[in-house]
Design a protein around this ligand. Structure first.
Ligand code: SAM
Length: 280
């Protein structure tokens, strides 16, 4: 299925149906990603053809829900890719050395999923003696309302595939920031109080302000080239002069907007707004 989907009329019709009737914006995502997810559902339902699967979707509400669930990837963790977090510690220190000690340092976790990325930033600020956490203001945004409810809740359950204690390891004595009750991990108020969450579509909407650090990781792997350019424009316009941007470890900046970002730690995908960006 995967190799023949692009240009396949039935596949295109199925994507149109999903966009119009199920209200999932397939046109923003890349075909290979959509095909992988749809094909996984089709295998599960033992259906071989896209048109057959579309008929199934028309008649079964449960399958619609299962597909929508499969299409929205919210995978995240605390301190995802720990090496990046070592480098982000240096970024927070650099930002703390700028301006007056009363100036807020504004941080945006864009496409934050269930909030673990935003809370990791807050814990990092608390953990570092060179960073005054009272200056740090974090905004977390995502397109999905339910995931933002989970983020505001700040409660996470460990499971076989989700070892929360292991995820928290990079910050050392994490019991200073998170309470544990069996399998349930509850982020303490002093951390949750540092973060505000709101809904935002990064492809279609403006940024929620201007920021010293923007963290936008593991969204670009799913979206198509046009949407990617739109998101980079949004992120670029959200950066203060000399502000930092971090993207996912396997993601790249499109050539057309590359001059706006100077690499700081190229391998870890940490960049700073370039002078060219400031002159725009
Ligand atoms: C794989 S998660 C990444 C979470 C976190 N940044 C990380 O790296 O662990 C991708 C997130 O992007 C969100 N998302 C997808 N399309 C979006 C859009 N157009 N605008 C904002 N968020 C979007 C999804 O809801 C999901 O929570």
């Amino acid at each position: 299925m995967s190799s023949s989907s692009a240009g396949d009329a039935d596949f295109e019709r199925l994507l149109e149906y999903i966009e119009d009737s199920l209200r999932f914006q397939t046109s923003s995502y890349n075909d290979a990603y959509l095909d992988r997810r749809i094909s996984a559902r089709m295998r599960r339902r033992r259906v071989d053809e896209y048109d057959e699967y579309q008929n199934l979707l028309r008649t079964e509400d449960d399958e619609q829900a299962a597909l929508l669930d499969a299409l929205s990837v919210n995978v995240t963790s605390f301190f995802r890719n720990p090496k990046v977090w070592d480098a982000l510690r240096d970024v927070l220190r650099d930002l703390s050395s700028r301006g007056s000690r009363h100036d807020p340092i504004k941080v945006w976790s864009a496409a934050c999923s269930d909030g673990r990325e935003a809370y990791s930033l807050a814990m990092l600020a608390h953990d570092d003696d060179h960073v005054d956490e009272r200056r740090i203001e974090i905004v977390g945004t995502d397109i999905k309302r339910e995931i933002l409810r989970a983020a505001r809740n700040g409660e996470y359950r460990a499971s076989e595939t989700n070892d929360i204690a292991e995820q928290l390891d990079p910050i050392g004595r994490w019991d200073r920031y998170v309470d544990r009750d069996g399998d349930i991990f509850r982020v303490k108020d002093k951390i949750t109080d540092m973060v505000r969450f709101s809904r935002r579509d990064l492809i279609r909407e403006d940024p929620p302000g201007t920021f010293d650090l923007v963290v936008c990781r593991n969204l670009f792997i799913y979206i198509n080239a046009e949407s990617k350019r739109a998101v980079f424009e949004t992120l670029g316009s959200a950066l203060k002069p000399n502000g930092y941007l971090t993207i996912g470890m396997t993601e790249t900046i499109p050539p057309r907007v590359r001059t706006q970002f100077d690499p700081v730690e190229k391998r870890l995908r940490i960049y700073r707004a370039s002078d060219a960006a400031a002159q725009r």
